[in-house]
Design a binder for this molecule. Structure first.
Ligand code: TRP
Length: 362
């Protein structure tokens, strides 16, 4: 399978170690207990960072991230959502940008549909997973704020940022660049830096949790931030998480229906998808499996359990039993189906209530 990775397309197998070296990002430092309680930190799903120590030391900080409202909300999206909520619970102010201008420029030119997807697919799911309106600034790139001072400051920063980068830098960082992609990059720079403007929080540490494909945007924004002298931007912090794999390996993506489990899928649909499509690390026959054992490291059902089975001991036993051949592929799949469906059942109930709360966020 051919693989590629840039902020607008991710496909094929991702070699995280290689990317860490290529991008010059750092492994996670030793984390305090309150972080390690969270599965994503403990299991190193969040595996790399830039300037994250600053956040660990900060008394007050902002968490800023964004979403491209493209298509169905799936299990992969849950990873960013959980981080937003984790930081909100820690006491950070959270900023969430709906990247509708970016989506318009690079994916789907129907702004009305984008708006609908952002609210009905994304925000509703965020609320159901636990996002609270307090200390949360949820906005659209196309409509920053009703407060004109704030709005002007955000859009001015998009414009000002352009002066501080060169075309060669853009080419070097993104490879294939177009005016639409350049605007997306400059908008994202403003998304990530504007919380530090005086109209918002003033200079403050900001952490941006993203998938590793987004690092080019961070490199550009970090460089620009230190060149804009009219503002005293503190350098941005960021963390990088591994993608939840798609059923057919690669990245779970809403543009590939064979890859995702949507948060609206029924229990039956999940069962069929896992049984039929989840790539297996097991042997072709039960006899062989019992003799040689399976390979949990490439098995998608096992990978899902690493995101959904909270109990470390249980997970370790599943790993060992599968590897030794004691646990069969059909049994492993059953475990994954059960865990995912129990999450989805609760989630879908919460989502009904969440719909009524949308107004509190916009
Ligand atoms: N480019 C991001 C994506 O494709 C969305 C985004 C827009 C974003 N602004 C952001 C992410 C700011 C992090 C921070 O998903």
């Amino acid at each position: 399978m051919k693989s590629s990775l840039d902020p607008w397309s991710v496909s094929g197998k991702i070699n995280y170690e290689k990317l860490v070296k290529e991008f010059g990002i750092n492994p996670m430092p030793k984390l305090p207990q309150k972080f390690l309680k969270h599965l994503l930190f403990r299991r190193k799903k969040i595996f790399a960072q830039r300037d994250f120590e600053k956040i660990l030391k900060a008394k007050k900080f902002v968490m800023m991230t964004g979403l491209m409202p493209s298509g169905k909300f799936h299990l992969g999206h849950k990873i960013v959502t959980e981080q937003i909520i984790f930081y909100q619970k820690l006491g950070a102010k959270v900023y969430v940008a709906v990247a509708d201008i970016e989506a318009y420029n690079t994916r789907n030119p129907d702004l009305q549909e984008l708006n609908k997807i952002a609210l009905e697919e994304y925000l509703t799911n965020y609320i159901a997973i636990g996002l609270k309106p307090k200390n949360c600034d949820f906005y659209f790139q196309s409509s920053r704020s009703k407060d004109s001072k704030k709005s002007n400051a955000y859009y001015s920063l998009v414009g000002l940022a352009a002066r501080h980068a060169t075309f060669n830098e853009f080419k070097a960082v993104y490879g294939n660049i177009s005016p639409a992609k350049m605007m997306s990059s400059l908008f994202q720079t403003s998304d990530m830096l504007h919380p530090q403007l005086k109209e918002f929080e003033g200079p403050i540490p900001v952490v941006v949790p993203v998938g590793i494909d987004q690092d080019p945007h961070l490199r550009i924004a970090r460089d620009i931030s230190q060149r804009i002298k009219v503002n005293n931007f503190l350098q941005l912090s960021s963390t990088y998480h591994k993608f939840l794999p798609g059923l057919d390996t690669g990245k779970m993506s809403s543009s590939n229906p064979n890859s995702y489990i949507a948060l609206t899928d029924s229990a039956k649909e999940v069962e069929i998808k896992i049984k039929k499509y989840a790539f297996s690390g097991g042997q072709p026959t039960v006899k062989e499996h019992k003799e040689k054992g399976g390979n949990p490291d490439i098995d998608i059902s096992y990978q899902y359990l690493t995101f959904f089975e909270e109990n470390d001991k249980k997970l370790e036993k599943i790993y060992n039993d599968y590897k030794s051949g004691k646990l069969l592929t059909s049994e492993l799949k059953e475990l994954a189906i059960k865990k995912i469906n129990s999450f989805l059942k609760q989630h879908q109930q919460k989502k009904e209530k969440a719909r009524k709360q949308i107004d509190k966020f916009i």
